[in-house]
Design a protein around this ligand. Structure first.
Ligand code: KIV
Length: 342
């Protein structure tokens, strides 16, 4: 059968040599991905009247300080891939964090401890390609900065050099202040992260709200002040009582970005997957859901499956067709073959 089909096609090709057709339709790639428009899509970014950061203005570490001083709340979301990063950036979010939470959200690890520098870097590069306006932060994974300062510096440098990240984030307070100074000395801005620090899960004995007792509060204050004095660009406050976050925010010059730390922080960060029900687990108290992407995907996938099984997909208008001349030529060849076969 294959040889008859081949010979028919060869005959048809000869009969039609020199004809062109369907050029535009055929230029479609299997997966067509939109490129950046020439100019940033300014109209997509909601611009609040009070916004200090102009719609098309590149966000820098200086913008964060300006926003703190101007009492303009700072927004931050995680992103781990090109498409999501683009959507988040084009929606006007000021900071995009490639968090080590990608260990769970993207790679299916049980916690953040397993993710490596190379895995992080792979995602930072993808996100970088999707971000134009937001400040891009890369999370230093567990083991990349705890062993020795030289290695920490090398790893931070990799995020900047290979991933074009603009800030690196490091968990820990007072005890990391010296290292953070060295990294800033190497011209790399640092975001601190104190309170519930997921890389310390085994030491904390679980993911527990921190700073509920007086000694915990004093430690958090010391941590925040140490980071501020070290010159951090901002400090993530995770899983601490609202009252403590408010005290820290009032005390330090660096903008505080809260996650489960109440509304008095200078900004708020959430994990993208939490916003859209993509975590396969009940959400924490501080999470607000803005959509149910899990439901959307499940429904769409089930509909696709049902359409294929019932021969409803693809329809004729979802198929490519021969140009009219080719079809006529092919019909002629087929008719001739049939006649010869008798
Ligand atoms: O890894 C992460 O997503 C984070 C945020 C929760 C701040 O560190």
């Amino acid at each position: 059968m294959a040889t008859i089909a081949m010979s028919i096609l060869e005959d048809a090709e000869q009969a039609l040599s020199g004809q062109a057709g369907g050029a535009l339709e055929d230029t479609m790639s299997i997966t067509s991905f939109g490129r950046f428009p020439e100019d940033a899509p300014a109209d997509k970014i909601p611009s609040e009247k009070s916004s200090l950061t102009k719609v098309n203005q590149k966000i820098t570490t200086a913008s964060l300080r300006e926003m703190k001083l101007g009492h303009e709340p700072i927004t931050c979301l995680t992103a781990y891939d090109y498409a999501t990063a683009r959507l988040v950036d084009e929606a006007g979010i000021e900071m995009i964090l490639v968090g080590d939470s990608l260990a769970q959200t993207m790679l299916g690890y049980e916690n953040t401890l397993s993710v490596t520098m190379d895995e992080m870097l792979h995602h930072v590069k993808a996100v970088r390609r999707g971000v134009k306006r937001a400040l891009l932060l890369a999370d230093m994974p567990y083991g990349s900065y705890q062993v020795d300062d030289g290695e920490a510096l090398r790893n931070a440098t990799r995020f900047v050099k290979e991933g074009a990240a603009e800030v690196v984030k490091i968990e820990g307070g007072e005890k990391r202040a010296e290292l953070i100074r060295r990294i800033i000395d190497a011209e790399i801005p640092v975001c601190g992260h104190i309170g519930l620090t997921p890389q310390s899960v085994n030491v904390m004995g679980g993911y527990k709200v921190q700073g509920k007792e007086l000694d915990g509060i004093s430690q958090l204050m010391r941590d925040a002040v140490a980071l501020d004095r070290a010159g951090v660009a901002c400090i993530v406050l995770e899983g601490i009582p609202r009252e403590v976050a408010a005290m820290i925010t009032a005390e330090v010059g660096a903008p505080t970005i809260g996650i489960g730390a109440g509304p008095e922080c200078d900004g708020q960060v959430l994990v993208f997957h939490d916003l859209f029900n993509l975590t396969f687990a009940p959400a924490a108290k501080f999470v607000r859901r803005y959509g149910d992407v899990a439901e959307l995907i499940t429904r769409g996938v089930q509909e696709f499956r049902a359409d294929v099984k019932s021969a409803q997909y693809p329809r004729d208008e979802e198929s490519y067709h021969l140009p009219k001349e080719t079809k006529a030529g092919l019909d002629t060849v087929l008719a001739r073959k049939r006649a010869l076969r008798g």
